[in-house]
Design a protein around this ligand. Structure first.
Ligand SMILES: [Ca+2]
Ligand SMILES: [Ca+2]
Ligand SMILES: [Ca+2]
Length: 232
């Protein structure tokens, strides 16, 4: 998706595995100024620097998956409903601190660690555009997540997975945040599913149908880092 070739350009790749019941993704970004996240960003202020988000509604249920902190419901409702209709993963792109994935409001939780989720990435600096004179930074984040129909953040092992099968439709939202200036902060906040309350409402996500795939696939249980290559 080209937003403005001088400012931000990104491509998203989605794959799935019937055997592993996982969703695999790769997001490639070309950015004129890459502001790497600090180690503390993920816990204290997600989306405060160049960063990505992946939100998955594995059974296409829609519904609100997060509540407005400025109008908080009672604590029981927050605990019962947050990340249940859909799961919001914050992706911290490559930096000296590594590349990481975390459930948005549960950064230390087991649901964003293997065997349920994992991530990796890399940076290729000074990538020149075909018709541009200015260099841009290319960074790539890829990994896998487990879609859940119902997720207990403190106990994913007893939670209910979404059933991934040929022809099933899932809801996907991908977020790309562009911050080019430390003084003025983030000026670009892009989503593949358009406007709407993406941060709390799964009703407007992009529909993705799970297509059949050959048994021979680049995706292996011990190697997820070939998603993009397998889709080219
Ligand atoms: Ca930019
Ligand atoms: Ca759902
Ligand atoms: Ca940027």
């Amino acid at each position: 998706m080209v937003i403005h070739p001088y400012d931000i350009e990104f491509s998203c790749f989605i794959a799935w595995s019937l055997e592993l019941q996982r969703l695999y993704f790769a997001i490639e970004v070309l950015d004129d100024m890459y502001t790497r996240p600090n180690a503390s960003d993920q816990d204290e202020e997600p989306y405060a620097s160049d960063s990505l988000g992946l939100i998955v509604d594995g059974d296409h249920s829609g519904g609100e998956y997060f509540y407005d902190r400025f109008e908080p419901p009672d604590e029981w409702t927050i605990n019962a409903m947050s990340n249940v209709p859909a799961q919001h993963y914050y992706l911290s792109p490559p930096s000296p601190h590594g590349t990481s994935i975390a459930i948005y409001n549960d950064s230390q939780g087991a649901a964003s660690r293997p065997p349920y989720a994992d991530v990796g990435g890399g940076v290729e600096a000074s990538t020149w555009g075909s018709n541009l004179v200015l260099p841009r930074t290319k960074y790539l984040v890829e990994g896998y997540v487990t879609p859940w129909d119902s997720l207990a953040l403190d106990d994913p092992g007893s939670s209910r997975r979404s059933a991934l099968s040929v022809g099933a439709i899932i809801g996907i939202q991908i977020v790309v945040v562009d911050c080019d200036n430390e003084i003025y902060g983030c000026h670009g906040f892009y989503t593949i599913a358009g406007a709407g309350n993406f941060w709390k409402d799964a009703d407007t996500f992009t529909d993705v149908e799970l297509a059949p795939h050959a048994r021979e696939t680049a995706i292996l249980s011990h190697s997820w880092a070939r998603v993009k290559a397998s889709l080219r």
